[in-house]
Ligand binder design. Structure first.
Ligand SMILES: [Zn+2]
Length: 176
């Protein structure tokens, strides 16, 4: 059986994702408490329990806060791997400077968006207004919690059983 478990800090901040075996052993020794469970039942010689899907640590863990790096991968993840002009999804995405660099546009979360090759060609070295193009949403620095890596987080938020615990931390990734 393969199943992953979302691990929350004592204050419900998402900390990590681990295999169910590790989560069950943390619960067993009292390090974690089950928050959500599955209908599947785990049997051991002495006891049985439902398969946890979300657990919470019994004690608070303090961790330094890493900064979310502005990288191509993180930027595409923020934009859900879809062109921010036409909405097309795909692997052939480029990164567009909304205000072109030679017009003073910065390389920042607020001025970079995922853009398909066709839209990039059409926009060329112009602002969206000059090109008659519209951004689907305003680009922002992701509001993001520090502990899970951004890639793990963007994948984890798709799990309906975990979503409730993750969405307060990244509203831009949830909903439409
Ligand atoms: Zn496009």
């Amino acid at each position: 059986m393969s199943a992953q478990v979302l691990v929350l800090n004592q204050n419900y901040e998402p900390l990590t994702v681990c295999g169910w075996q590790r989560a069950v052993s943390m619960v067993y020794v009292g390090k974690a408490i089950v928050v959500e469970e599955d209908s599947r039942i785990l049997h051991s010689p002495s006891t049985q329990m439902r398969l946890p899907t979300v657990v919470k640590l019994a004690y608070h863990v303090n961790r330094p806060m890493p900064k979310l790096k502005l990288s191509r991968q993180n930027l595409l993840a923020r934009d859900r791997f879809s062109c921010q002009y036409c909405g097309r999804r795909g692997k052939m995405l480029t990164v567009d400077h909304v205000i072109p660099r030679d017009r003073g546009g910065t390389s920042s979360w607020e001025n970079l968006v995922a853009c398909c090759a066709a839209c990039n060609n059409r926009k060329a070295n112009r602002t969206p207004r000059e090109a008659g193009m519209h951004l689907l949403r305003r680009p922002r620095r992701p509001k993001f919690i520090p502990y899970l890596s951004y890639a793990v987080f963007t994948a984890a938020v798709k799990n309906p059983e975990w979503r409730y615990y993750l969405e307060p931390f990244a509203p831009h990734l949830v909903g439409s």
